[in-house]
Ligand binder design. Structure first.
Ligand code: ADP
Length: 162
């Protein structure tokens, strides 16, 4: 069985993330979207909220599972019997960091491959942090994040939607 883990902060999930999840779902028997619990970061949405958003927006895909993890990704992937890590690549700027991570992860567990899926061009400029920055100042984020969380993002910055 081909099991892939798609790790990330997903704070919050964007349409770029959802695009990668759908496309990975078509390639693997099972895709585990794994929300990273990073105690060093102060997220906008809690782990539970981030998982809830993902469940609501891609819970209908039958081979997609939503989970969370902390610690080393390779330990988590092994515990889930995953043989692949899926990452999304947006631009050259993602490449250097991802290359370094992929090599380190390969050293930690040579049996697990990292594969990269190129972003759809319409989402190539999209990141959770940029969405938050725009929303913070009341800019329009329509079409960038799932509709069900649009209002909530503005509310967290105490902004009213346009
Ligand atoms: P970000 O805060 O940059 O959105 P995440 O840690 O939540 O980052 O991202 C998880 C994974 O999703 C990473 O592999 C990242 O490269 C990928 N990703 C993020 N945004 C997009 C996008 N717009 N298109 C494709 N992949 C993306």
């Amino acid at each position: 069985m081909k099991i892939a883990v798609y790790p990330g902060s997903f704070d919050p999930a964007t349409n770029g993330h959802l695009d990668i999840i759908k496309r990975s779902g078509a390639l693997f028997d099972k895709v585990i979207v794994a929300v990273l619990n990073n105690p060093n970061k102060k997220p906008l949405f809690s782990i539970k909220e981030r998982m809830g958003i993902l469940k609501k927006t891609c819970g209908n895909l039958e081979n997609v599972e939503i989970d969370s993890f902390s610690g080393l990704l390779m330990d988590y992937a092994k515990s889930k019997n995953a043989n692949t890590i899926v990452k999304g690549l947006r631009a050259v700027s993602d490449f250097e960091y991802e290359l370094q991570m992929a090599h380190m992860n390969k050293k930690l567990n040579p049996d697990i491959e990292t594969i990269f899926i190129m972003t759809s061009s319409k989402y190539s400029y999209l990141s959770s942090s940029l969405v938050k920055e725009v929303a913070q100042f009341g800019g329009c984020i329509r079409g960038l994040v799932p509709e069900i969380i649009e209002e909530d993002i503005y509310r967290r910055f105490k902004k009213v939607t346009v």
